[in-house]
Design a protein around this ligand. Structure first.
Ligand code: NAD
Length: 405
């Protein structure tokens, strides 16, 4: 299997076969503007010194300041961060927000750190990168395993170093520390608005059965939002377990079970299955909301869902994507489906700079409009070029970035 950056470049190779772009422009998109690796020394609770590796990739800023989350994961490495930064550039472009693409990370399993160590590590990431960050330069946000609390530590560290009073350098902050209402569920909700706009074109029924891989910020919120809107969430999973009930899951009870046992496993209202089995369930909509490359050449022919909504970044490899297209299983691509998060992050940045506080209603209304517009434009592009929604989204994004390059 290729690394996520090779996958991202394979997508770029594919789009230029569907639509002609200026060759120099495409060449400029084959590498990030800069990628930075830092060492972060942390004095651990036992008195020892541990050095962690941190990253920030600034991919493209033709449309505005670099924007993109920070991932904490034991498998995080530079190629993953580069791919995620590239997709961020395209994502901002498809939603029509004036921001570019960036991404950050630290190679660490945060579950192995105490809260004190996690705070030191997070502040260390900011100290290593404060020169390149800033409300008009580079604006990070949360991603896998990074939380509003971590964003608050980072904002505080940045303020201490630079004196910045806008609080607009990090988004995804707690509301009382300058966060936006609605940022928590924004990615899942944005994904739902996209799905709702495209549902008829995806040939899906008004009430869908939905299987969701991942039960974190994105997958957990999506599960609630789909249920609230009359759909039937039949399976969810986390890193260790997956559960399934063909009649639907009682999410409140699932959450209570996960809270008390630390896992989804052995929930009384469902059957234990594996993460692999979840992906292969017969259902109307499959929602990968965890990690990259989970649908690949090994399992793609076993996918029985009628459509896929990519809430995770890069969950389908390019080879598997081709096969899904041939098998007429439509895929709503990540750069559209999960762009609700960065859209509300942009709203947070705007509110911080203007010293405003919008109501949740206003945030959701603006989010809905952006998601509907982007979905319709991408559908149109894919129809005109007789191609997939992913290629439609790439065409729209590249046209917009090229115009400003
Ligand atoms: P999170 O850390 O809150 O949740 C991740 C979930 O995935 C957890 O439930 C975890 O148990 C599960 N998981 C981990 N390893 C797994 C595995 N091998 N198989 C199945 N499940 C596994 O992270 P998140 O913020 O929900 O992000 C999930 C995905 O959505 C990532 O691809 C991320 O880049 C993408 N995304 C997040 C946002 C955001 O606003 N948080 C925005 C856009 C895209």
């Amino acid at each position: 299997m290729q690394n996520p950056y090779q996958n991202a470049m394979a997508q770029l190779d594919k789009v230029v076969k569907v639509k002609k772009f200026d060759a120099d422009f495409i060449a400029s998109l084959r590498q990030p503007n800069r990628d930075i690796r830092i060492s972060i020394p942390v004095k651990m609770d036992n008195g020892s010194l541990k050095i962690f590796e941190g990253y920030r990739v600034e991919y493209n800023n033709a449309l505005g300041p670099y924007k993109g989350g920070i991932r904490y994961h034991q498998d995080t490495e530079i190629n993953e961060v580069k791919a995620l930064a590239f997709w961020m550039a395209l994502k901002c472009a498809v939603t029509g927000i004036p921001m570019g693409g960036g991404k950050g990370g630290i190679t660490v399993d945060p579950k192995n750190l105490s809260k004190k160590e996690l705070e030191k590590l997070s502040r260390g990431w900011v100290r290593g990168l404060s020169d390149i960050l800033g409300p008009h330069k580079d604006v990070p946000a949360p991603d896998v395993n990074t939380t509003p609390e971590i964003m608050a530590w980072m904002t505080d560290e940045y303020r201490k170093i630079t004196g910045d009073k806008t609080g607009a350098t990090f988004t995804g902050k707690p509301i009382e520390k300058g966060g936006s209402k609605g940022r928590g569920p924004a990615t899942g909700l944005g994904g739902f608005y996209v799905f709702d706009t495209l549902r008829k074109n995806l040939n899906l029924p008004t009430k869908c059965t939905v299987a969701i891989q991942g039960f974190g910020n994105v997958g957990g919120n999506a599960a609630h939002i789909f249920t609230k809107n009359g759909h039937n969430v039949i399976a969810v999973s986390d890193s260790k377990s997956a559960i399934f009930n063909k009649d639907g899951l009682d999410l409140e009870k699932v959450e209570a079970h996960k809270k008390s046992t630390g896992s989804l496993k052995d929930f009384t209202g469902a059957k234990n299955i594996t993460n692999e089995e979840l992906l292969e369930l017969p259902c109307d909509l499959l929602v990968p909301a965890a990690f990259e490359n989970v649908i690949n050449i090994e399992n793609v022919e076993k996918i029985k869902a009628k459509a896929i909504l990519e809430l995770a970044n890069g969950p389908i490899t390019p080879e598997a994507d081709e096969i899904l297209f041939k098998n007429k299983i439509p895929v709503v691509p990540d750069i559209l489906a999960n762009s609700g998060g960065v859209t509300v992050s942009y709203f947070e940045w705007e509110q911080n700079l203007k010293k405003e506080h919008w109501t949740e209603e206003k945030v959701f209304e603006k989010l809905k409009k952006k998601m509907e517009n982007a979905s319709k434009k991408i559908l149109e592009k894919s129809k005109i070029s007789k191609t997939s929604l992913r290629m439609g989204a790439f065409i729209l994004a590249l046209e917009r970035i090229q115009e400003k390059s």
